[in-house]
Design a protein around this ligand. Structure first.
Ligand code: SAM
Ligand code: DTB
Ligand code: SF4
Length: 330
């Protein structure tokens, strides 16, 4: 039986299932809602790197971190377009442009709107992640053709203050509401392995699944431990604090079951996952990855390794247009 809406107790009950039963159930939910073996491909580009005012404890780009990353200005439109063309050439369907900002400044809006329009004109889906938005900024990005906006809740409401203090969980939700109201698809997920408890993972997924509309896209990142960040240093010093692989797969499986129609993206942290671990995540219902050899400031599994993995597992890139038709019919 599927409770509607999902309660925390029901979600905790899924986590408690025997592992094989949980993965089998998630796999069946995936099969009923998505084409088997299809994986959506997105590519990231950091269009404005470093020097961010926020204090997110995992992030190399925070001005509060001692990661040694230098702050850059917003990239020129031509350089962004060149990266987008390369992503398309590499077989990616969605181009996600990320900026290390608390929020975009008005003076940057014309350049951002231009990037959205021109990347879209290349035949790619567009995604941006720029921090908090006003109603007006969300509307203008939507009108320019932005397909997705990534804005993560990152962790449970209860754990949020241990990770970020310069903005609140509610402010994240407010921006997500503005994105929805502007008719832009929502990409929202978080990071696993930041020292959170099982109860936090339950509460994090509960917050996502019980949104008025669950996010179309749910990135699940494994913390990439970056030296000079509070959480990265902690993980380097206490390697046992790393999230257990089986617990990570359980979280993917539960996300799949409670958000059956969402795309669940195996996001940051994939570079350090074995092929076997990634195969388990796909079996548990993950159906999207970031392609290319870079995320924002860190490395990614990259083209050759992914091509080999897809061949080994019999996976193929998702035709996003037809995938949407399938879910709309469901
Ligand atoms: N500044 C914008 C914001 O925070 O919304 C956009 C960029 S921010 C880098 C996008 C997301 O990347 C974060 O919300 C976080 O979930 C993820 N992220 C950042 N650093 C990470 C790390 N070291 N490991 C895993 N995920 C990370
Ligand atoms: C998301 O959830 N993961 C991506 C994307 N949204 C913007 C970012 C991952 C960043 C990993 C660390 C880095 O490369 O700096
Ligand atoms: Fe800034 Fe985003 Fe990094 Fe937080 S996650 S410090 S808001 S770039």
């Amino acid at each position: 039986m599927t409770p509607d809406p999902w309660t925390r107790d029901a979600i905790a009950g899924l986590f408690d299932l025997p592992f094989l039963d949980l993965v089998a159930r998630a796999h069946a939910v995936h099969g009923a809602n998505h084409r088997a073996g299809e994986v959506q491909l997105s590519t990231l580009l950091s269009i404005k790197t470093g020097g961010c005012a926020e204090d997110c404890g995992y992030c190399s780009q925070s001005a509060h971190a001692k990661s040694g990353l230098k702050a850059d200005k917003l990239m020129e439109r031509e350089a962004v377009l060149a990266a987008a063309r390369a992503a398309k050439q590499g077989g990616s369907h969605r181009f996600c442009m990320g900026a290390a900002w608390r929020e975009p400044k008005e003076r940057d809006m014309p350049a951002l709107l231009g990037m959205v329009a021109e990347v879209k004109a290349l035949g790619l889906e567009t995604c941006m992640t720029l921090g908090m938005l006003t109603d007006d900024q969300a509307d203008r990005l939507g009108a320019a053709g932005l397909d997705y906006y990534n804005h993560n809740i990152d962790t449970s409401p209860e754990n949020y203050g241990n990770v970020i203090t310069t903005r609140s969980f509610q402010e994240r939700l407010d921006t997500l509401d503005r994105v929805r109201a502007a008719g832009i698809n929502v990409c929202c997920g978080g990071i696993l392995g930041m020292g959170e408890t099982r109860a936090d993972r339950v509460s994090f997924l509960h917050a996502l699944a019980t949104m008025a509309e669950p996010p179309e896209s749910v990135p699940l990142n494994a913390l990439v431990p970056i030296r000079g960040t509070v959480l990265g240093d902690l993980l380097h010093d206490v390697p046992s604090a790393r999230i257990d692989d089986i617990e990570f797969v359980r979280t993917v499986a539960v996300a799949r079951i409670i958000m059956p129609r969402s795309i669940v993206r195996l996001s940051a942290g994939r570079e350090s996952m074995s092929d076997t671990m990634q195969a388990l995540c796909f079996t548990a219902g993950a159906n999207s990855i970031f392609t290319g050899d870079r995320l924002l400031t860190t490395g990614n599994a990259g083209g050759d390794r992914d091509a080999a993995l897809f061949a080994k597992l019999g996976l193929r890139p998702m035709d996003t247009a037809s995938a949407h038709t399938l879910t709309e019919m469901a």
